[in-house]
Design a protein around this ligand. Structure first.
Ligand code: 6PG
Length: 478
């Protein structure tokens, strides 16, 4: 056997990852695809990679040095299960099967358990960075047994992106931990994209700036604390002119956002775990709303203010920048809360600081301020809320006035800014001294005898709402 690593599934992500692996010193990569024509094509297009061509799973297994390590890069769901089953037939105890797809973490938990029975190690590895990341250096989020990571870890370290001199890969935790963290990454990705979209929309409608002018604004923002991959590509998308019509490309693209489901998983999981990821949820729902042409067609004439230009464009743009930064902090904070709760629920030892560190390079949500998150967790590993860390506290203090003005302006001009507003409400919710949740508890007690606690003494209480309205301790209600 001549290969030290194999890749199964040679669509774009798989091919690019295989090429990345092959380009690193010491690696010989075996490749396998169900349709051999794809394997042939890859070898023909990239003779420099020195791939080991295999036409059957058996050949693939035979070409790998032991313990064998194979990364599966096929569609999440059934196709992944099918490949795992095939590999389990030809692999043996001690080998390592890695699922590099966007798998649902509960599937990964199930698969890891099943594969472990055979003695084979199973690793669910989140991979972020899109096609280019796969080729040049992604952010990698592997989860699985420590044993399986022993042979895999060093290989992954060679292909991962590098940030601040460190490879963007860490053993996230056991079984589904890696895919869980990748799911949250995608939730944050949705939020970040939606927030940027709202910023663009507000500036466009509020100041009348053209997409190309807004591209320049984003370009400038990218030099400051908002510096990030998504801001950078936003400028590029906005600057793009459509060759056919001469218009800005963004004006030619149908305004209905697609979604493959990872954002929805994040929110579904957050609902199950009781974590308010409201900014992320708004982002998912904003995509759903955009894709409802029938509803939009019959509601387009509902009344609203006509968007009027703001008085001071420059000041407004700065407020939007502040609102974007503050809301972005909220999105990451909510994402980290979900990771903490997931780790508790599924018994994963996830180091938040390490997650922030491996998101600094390679992935879609890579951003300058992840260094700040890494620092915050380094200073205080058990930090309860990112918002309370000194750097973020200061940033929010500086941003909140502008943030509020933007949300007010959006509401007054009838420009939808669900993620900006929701993030602000979350911020105000957390900082509120008293919440109307007290009234909700009263209501629940009224109609369902659900009981409440008192601020002034221990115990659980119920008011006899349909009786004399005196208060009894909860035990008395049964
Ligand atoms: C990444 C991306 C990538 C992909 C997602 C989201 O980290 O490289 O998250 O995995 O873009 O599948 O896609 P949707 O927007 O279609 O849900």
């Amino acid at each position: 056997p001549s290969a030290n690593i194999g890749v199964v599934g040679l669509a774009v992500m798989g091919s690019n990852l295989a090429r990345n692996l092959a380009s690193r010193e010491g690696n010989t990569v075996a490749v396998y695809n169900r349709t051999t024509a794809k394997t042939d094509a890859l070898l023909e297009a990239h003779p420099e990679a020195g791939f080991v061509h295999t036409a059957t799973v058996q050949e693939f297994a035979d070409s790998l040095q032991k313990p064998r390590t194979a990364i599966i890069m096929v569609k999440a769901g059934r196709p992944t299960d099918a490949v795992i089953d095939e590999l389990c037939e030809v692999f043996e105890a001690g080998d390592v099967i890695v699922d590099g797809g966007n798998s649902l973490f509960t599937d990964t938990i199930r698969r890891e358990k099943a594969v472990r029975e055979t003695g084979i190690n199973f690793v669910g590895c989140g991979i972020s960075g899109g096609e280019e990341g796969a080729l040049k250096g992604p952010s990698l989020m592997p989860g699985g047994s420590v044993e399986g990571y022993k042979t895999l870890g060093p290989i992954l370290s060679t292909i991962a992106a590098v940030a601040e001199g460190e490879p963007c890969v860490t053993h996230v935790g056991t079984d589904g931990a890696g895919h869980f963290v990748k799911m949250v990454h995608n939730g944050i990705e949705y939020a970040d994209m939606q927030l940027i979209g709202e910023a663009y929309d507000l500036i466009r409608q509020g100041t009348g700036a053209s997409p190309a002018q807004i591209a320049d604004i984003f370009g400038k923002w990218n030099d400051g604390e908002l510096n990030s991959y998504l801001i950078e590509i936003t400028a590029e998308v906005l600057r793009q002119t459509d060759a056919e019509t001469g218009k800005a490309l963004v004006d030619v693209i149908v305004d209905q956002a697609g979604a493959k489901g990872t954002g929805a998983w994040t929110v579904q999981t957050a609902l199950d775990l009781g974590i308010p990821v409201s900014g992320i949820a708004e982002a998912v729902f904003a995509r759903s709303l955009s894709s409802k042409p029938k509803q939009r067609a019959v509601t387009g004439d509902l009344p609203g203010p006509s968007a009027s230009a703001v008085d001071d464009a420059e000041a407004f743009i700065e407020d939007v920048r502040l609102a974007l930064f503050a809301s972005k902090i909220v999105a990451y904070s909510q994402g980290f809360d979900l990771i903490v709760q997931g780790a508790e629920e599924y018994d994963w030892d996830i180091k938040k600081g390490d997650i922030a560190a491996i998101w600094r390079g390679g992935c879609i949500i890579r951003a300058q301020f992840l260094n700040r998150i890494t620092d915050a967790y380094a200073d205080e590993p058990d930090l309860v809320a990112l918002l309370s860390a000194p750097y973020f506290r200061e940033a929010l203090t500086a941003a909140q006035d502008g943030w509020r003005r933007v949300v007010v302006a959006a509401a007054q001009s009838g420009i939808p800014a669900p993620a900006f507003s929701s993030s602000l409400a979350y911020y105000d919710g957390l900082r509120a001294e008293r919440l109307p949740a007290a009234l909700v508890q009263g209501q629940r007690d009224f109609f369902g005898a659900h009981t409440y606690k008192r601020t002034d003494k221990e115990g659980t209480f119920h008011t006899l709402w349909s009786g004399d309205r005196s208060e009894v301790t909860a035990e008395d209600t049964h």
